[in-house]
Design a binder for this molecule. Structure first.
Ligand code: SF4
Length: 316
């Protein structure tokens, strides 16, 4: 139920936010994964669109490589050399860096200055059935204390009672969402979280003693940018269609199965073990074309630098 709810909500949010993604890490020291993240555009969003459709590696953005003079790559990164090398490769591959060889060394520079492209980040925790809340309260409290995202919302299909509201931190917004009709009702607006102040990461609640770590503003800024980049490159249509004649994707590319009467999760629900399975070629499904048609994300921007992979070997 949660998978179908999540995809249906992502499809709905895509009509309002230019970038929507799912299942992204949203903590500084912990492994908290946010169900959905919506990115609001910043002043230079168009420049980001023109740069590359992919995630620009955060290590490349954080490095000392700028748009002016080309730098010897080994002197421009503070991280482990292997991570640095991977970041250089990925940044060249996606068109953010260009490289040149001088004697036997690789020098790199930014093709264009990294744009100030995103503004607010809104996290959505999905809990279609509030009757089975799991660790919901603690998760939301963690998000509020950390303040990594500008706003956090709980989305549910359940009827929300006063008792539910009282258990959800005041800062967290509440949406009621009907995955069948796509109707979203805002029951409570979220309060802005202090993203520019240090936050508290609650890391381990398994032991008797709760382990916490302070996340300073620099770390939060770095993780926010990595999160926004990941969301931009990943989007939310990260699934494939099953090799089954029953599946009937809708206009948003949601994997609807008439036999089950709902959206299915192909990776775990489809195959010979399913009673309705009818082997066939998977139906045509082009997640990039769907995303490009519905948002300003551009899969093949004009201004993109020519890919250099394969033309030039990486050298010392
Ligand atoms: S394998 Fe089963 S769940 Fe998947 S599309 Fe076919 S009938 Fe539906």
């Amino acid at each position: 139920m949660e998978f179908g709810f999540e995809l249906a909500l992502a499809a709905r949010l895509e009509s309002e936010w230019p970038v929507v993604s799912r299942q992204l890490g949203a903590s500084v020291h912990d492994r908290r994964v946010m169900d959905l993240v919506c990115v609001e555009p910043g002043p230079a969003f168009d420049e980001r669109v023109a740069l590359t459709p992919e995630t620009i590696p955060p290590a490349a953005i954080e490095s000392k490589v700028g748009p002016g003079r080309a730098r010897y790559w080994k002197e421009a990164f503070d991280c482990h050399p292997e991570r640095a090398e991977r970041a250089v490769e990925a940044a060249v591959e996606c068109g953010f860096f260009e490289r040149e060889r001088r004697s036997s060394r690789t020098y790199v520079r930014q093709v264009t200055r990294y744009p100030d492209w995103f503004d607010r980040l809104v996290g959505v925790e999905n809990k279609p059935d509030l009757g089975r809340p799991g660790a919901l309260e603690t998760q939301l409290l963690t998000d509020v204390k950390l303040g990594l995202l500008d706003a956090v919302v709980l989305a549910t299909a359940s009827h929300v009672t006063g008792a539910h509201r009282n258990r959800i931190p005041d800062e967290v917004g509440i949406w009621q969402f009907d995955p069948e009709t796509g109707e979203r009702t805002v029951l409570r607006e979220p309060e802005p979280l202090p993203v520019d102040e240090p936050g508290i990461d609650i890391c381990d609640r398994s032991s008797a003693r709760t382990e916490i770590q302070v996340a300073d503003t620099g770390e939060k800024k770095r993780v926010r940018r990595a999160l926004a980049e990941r969301a931009y490159g990943k989007g939310w249509r990260t699934y494939g269609m099953p090799a089954c004649a029953q599946v009937d994707p809708d206009e948003h590319g949601l994997p609807y199965c008439p036999w089950k009467g709902r959206i299915v999760r192909p990776a775990t629900e489809c195959g010979p073990d399913c009673g309705g399975h009818d082997p066939a070629e998977p139906p045509g499904f082009d997640p990039e074309a769907l995303r490009a048609a519905r948002t300003s994300w551009e899969p093949d921007p004009d201004g993109r630098a020519r890919r250099q992979t394969g033309l030039e070997r990486f050298s010392e």
